[in-house]
Design a binder for this molecule. Structure first.
Ligand code: AMP
Ligand code: ZN
Length: 480
């Protein structure tokens, strides 16, 4: 089933290409990670569910995977153009903490969310661990590609061929540029190093040939990608917003560093393939980190949704499509996950088997084709459900088929139980034990044909937010 060639959409060429590894038998992937100045919203987490699914597909194809997700703990300004303050420093000032403490706290929270979503990557290098290498990189490219202003060392984008190709920028300035820094040669030029203004001290600053200061955000990813994966590596991922500024700038730095020519040869960009997930959108603005109760994974859990229901929701859409968030949609994804987990319950104890049984051949082929077609997880999920529905087949074979598919989808189908999926909302006014006790009382009343009591119990449970589900097709007796 892994013979189908893996085709991936390369944003750099805007074409679907067959994946050919740089190193025989290996796949090296770099994903732009979070800026740890705040909690991540679930839109950010979509980027890592996508990158993780990609990694799982590469493993399923037999490649030894290295997947780096960096942690930006310095350098990311409040605007992607070179203006504003450092996000970390600003949050530190606001919360009266050190930038280092802020970074540690939010990195840990991020990693907790990654684990909850079954993201496998454990390699999360921090930008501040690579400042020395960043300075060395700057020194290497400075004379040919950079110029110094009072505010820092800037990269002159006219010194590399095909600047902005990834963004398909229509003007020489690139898209969305604001020429705010006086003295820039081109509006799209960006800081490699930002000097600490005279008379000021930043919490995060280092000495450099260009004075005390901090590295630019784009430089981090170039340096960590090269140091950890080597140029060219296989795949670079990020959200679609990065296609416009951050990644074109990374690419320009990479071309300068390796002394490469234009981008007709994609490997000159530092990676062979650049992939971007589209956004998770939400109409009422709850995704914004500046809105009070913004959409974090923890909020979903507090409201009684298992985090893997969110992974399911992501997988139901193609990663290159916009996905609109709604609580109804999340509820539907949770129900679907519950159905699958329950359908798989009987298989849990089956002994290990071989998935290659002719009865499953067409379904496994459908799964393989879908997933190999630029990660069509929506169709792959249908194939998984079809596999679960196959009748009159040995449980160990079916189990092996489902396990093989789940390794790609990452839903932990045999680890989850129906109890896991029944999360108590934070504001629930009744405990599970109390509900169970009331339901026993109600059963007894009904046996005694005391329908008045039975109805009263149902009603009083309803007032506490518990829906009694008589005759539920999934066999659930109640839900909060
Ligand atoms: P940031 O911390 O801003 O660098 O964002 C972390 C990752 O989340 C990046 O890959 C972004 O492109 C991605 N991202 C940001 N907002 C969304 C969204 N609404 N939906 C999907 N991905 C997003
Ligand atoms: Zn990056």
């Amino acid at each position: 089933m892994t013979d189908t060639p893996l085709k991936l959409f390369n944003s750099l060429t805007r074409a679907t290409e067959v994946f050919e590894p740089v190193h025989e038998g290996e796949a090296r992937v770099y994903s732009c990670g979070p800026t740890v100045y705040n909690y991540q919203h679930i839109g950010n987490m979509r980027a890592y569910v996508f990158a993780d699914t990609l990694g799982r597909v590469l493993q399923w194809k037999g490649y030894k995977l290295t997947h780096v997700i960096n942690i930006t703990d310095v350098g990311h300004l409040t605007s992607d153009a070179d203006e504003g303050e450092d996000k970390m420093e600003r949050m530190a000032a606001k919360e009266g903490k050190s930038a280092w403490d802020i970074a540690k706290f939010y990195q840990e929270d991020f990693e907790r969310d990654l684990a909850r979503l079954n993201v496998q990557s454990k390699q999360h290098p921090r930008a501040t661990e690579f400042v020395e290498e960043m300075i060395a990189w700057g020194e290497k490219i400075a004379s040919e590609h950079c110029y110094e202003l009072d505010s820092g060392l800037y990269f002159d984008v006219s010194t590399v061929a095909d600047y902005g190709r990834l963004a398909r920028a229509v003007t020489e300035d690139g898209e969305g540029r604001i020429d705010t820094v006086e003295g820039k040669r081109n509006a799209a030029d960006f800081a490699i190093w930002r000097k600490t203004p005279a008379g000021e001290t930043r919490q995060m600053e280092w000495d450099s040939p260009w004075g005390k200061g901090a590295p630019g955000w784009h430089l981090e990813c170039s340096v960590m990608g090269e140091k950890l994966l080597g140029f060219p590596f296989d795949i670079h991922t990020g959200g679609i917003d990065h296609r416009e500024i951050h990644h074109p700038n990374e690419i320009a730095q990479n071309q300068a560093f390796c002394g490469c020519g234009g981008l007709d040869d994609a490997t000159h960009s530092g990676a062979k393939i650049w992939m971007h997930n589209n956004f998770l959108v939400e109409r009422s603005g709850k995704m914004s980190k500046s809105s009070g109760e913004f959409l974090r994974l923890q909020l979903l859990i507090d409201k009684g949704y298992h985090p893997l229901a969110y992974r399911m929701m992501c997988l139901q859409a193609h990663y290159r499509s916009e996905l609109e968030f709604s609580w109804e949609g999340l509820g539907a994804a949770l129900t679907r996950l519950k159905r699958i987990v329950m359908a798989g319950e009987r298989l849990k104890d089956a002994p290990a088997g071989d998935p290659s049984h002719q009865k499953f051949a067409p379904i496994r082929a459908k799964f393989a084709e879908a997933i190999s077609d630029d990660l069509n997880t929506a169709v792959a999920l249908v194939a998984l459900e079809e596999a679960l529905a196959v009748k009159k087949v040995d449980a160990s074979i079916k189990r092996a088929v489902i396990e093989e598919m789940d390794a790609v989808l990452g839903l932990d189908l045999f680890g989850l139980t129906r109890t896991d999926l029944r999360i108590r909302p934070k504001d629930a006014r009744i405990t599970e034990a109390e509900i169970e006790a009331e339901l026993i009382r109600r059963k007894e009343a009904r046996m005694a044909k005391d329908f008045a009591t039975s109805d009263a119990i149902r009603e009083s449970l309803g007032e506490k937010g518990v829906e009694v589900m008589d005759g539920d097709p999934l066999g659930w007796e109640w839900k909060l």
